[in-house]
Design a binder for this molecule. Structure first.
Ligand SMILES: CC(C)(COP(=O)(O)OP(=O)(O)OC[C@H]1O[C@@H](n2cnc3c(N)ncnc32)[C@H](O)[C@@H]1OP(=O)(O)O)[C@@H](O)C(=O)NCCC(=O)NCCS
Length: 164
C-alpha cells in the first residue's frame, strides 16, 4: 500500500471499524503482511514463514483487511486441543483504533467454535501495549522464559487464557 493511501485510510478509520474484515490469510496477502511485520518487530519473520503458515494444516493465519488492504494479522497454531498465538501485529498507522481488539475477539471465537481448551502466547516482558491488550481479554501470566527473544535479548512472559 502506498504511504498516501495508508495515511488517507488511517485518517478515515476513526469513523468506525465496520468495514474491517478478518479472514484466513491468502498467498496474495503475504507481501503486505511482511511489510507490517518489518515495521513491527526487531527480529521479524521472513516471507517464507508466512507462506508456510498458509499451507500448514496445524496453522490458521488471519488477516484484518480494510478496503482490501491488510492492516493487521495473526498467526495461530492449533495443537492438542490448544491454540497458540504465534504472531500478531497491527500496521503502525492503524494502531490504537481497536483493530487489535477485533483480531483478539476473532481468535477467541475461533477457539471457542473449535472447542479448544486454552489459548497461550509468549510476549516480551516489556511489551506494554501487547500485555495491556492481552490483559483486557483475561490472559494471566503462567510463567516466563529467560532470554527467549533476541535483538534485543529479553525474557518472555507466558500468558494463558482458559476457555470454558
Ligand atoms: C499490540 C498491538 C497488536 C495492539 O494493536 P492495536 O490495534 O493498537 O490495539 P487496540 O487499539 O485494539 O487496543 C487494545 C488495547 O491494547 C492496549 N494498548 C494498545 N496500544 C497501547 C499503547 N500504546 N499503550 C498502552 N496500551 C496500549 C490497550 O489496553 C488497548 O485498550 P484501550 O484502547 O481500551 O485502552 C499493536 O500495538 C502492535 O502491533 N504492536 C507491535 C507488534 C507486537 O508487539 N505484537 C505483539 C507480539 S506478542
Amino acid at each position: 500500500m502506498s504511504e498516501n493511501r495508508r495515511l488517507s485510510l488511517s485518517s478515515k478509520m476513526n469513523e468506525d471499524l465496520k468495514n474491517l474484515i478478518i479472514k484466513k490469510m491468502g498467498v496474495d496477502d503475504v507481501d503486505e503482511v511482511v511489510e507490517i511485520e518489518n515495521q513491527s518487530f526487531s527480529d521479524p519473520w521472513k516471507k517464507e514463514f508466512f507462506l508456510d503458515e498458509i499451507s500448514n494444516a496445524l496453522a490458521y493465519p488471519l488477516v484484518a483487511k480494510l478496503n482490501q488492504n491488510v492492516v493487521g494479522y495473526a498467526c495461530l497454531w492449533i495443537f492438542l486441543g490448544e491454540l497458540q498465538i504465534a504472531n500478531i501485529a497491527v500496521a503502525p498507522l492503524f494502531r490504537k483504533k481497536g483493530i487489535g481488539k477485533k483480531i483478539m475477539e476473532k481468535i477467541i471465537s475461533y477457539a471457542e467454535l473449535n472447542f479448544l481448551k486454552r489459548i497461550t502466547l509468549d510476549v516480551r516482558k516489556f511489551n506494554k501495549e501487547a500485555i495491556n491488550l492481552y490483559n483486557k481479554f483475561g490472559f494471566k501470566i503462567i510463567g516466563k522464559r529467560k532470554s527467549y527473544y533476541r535483538f534485543p535479548v529479553e525474557d518472555s512472559l507466558i500468558l494463558e487464557k482458559i476457555l470454558l
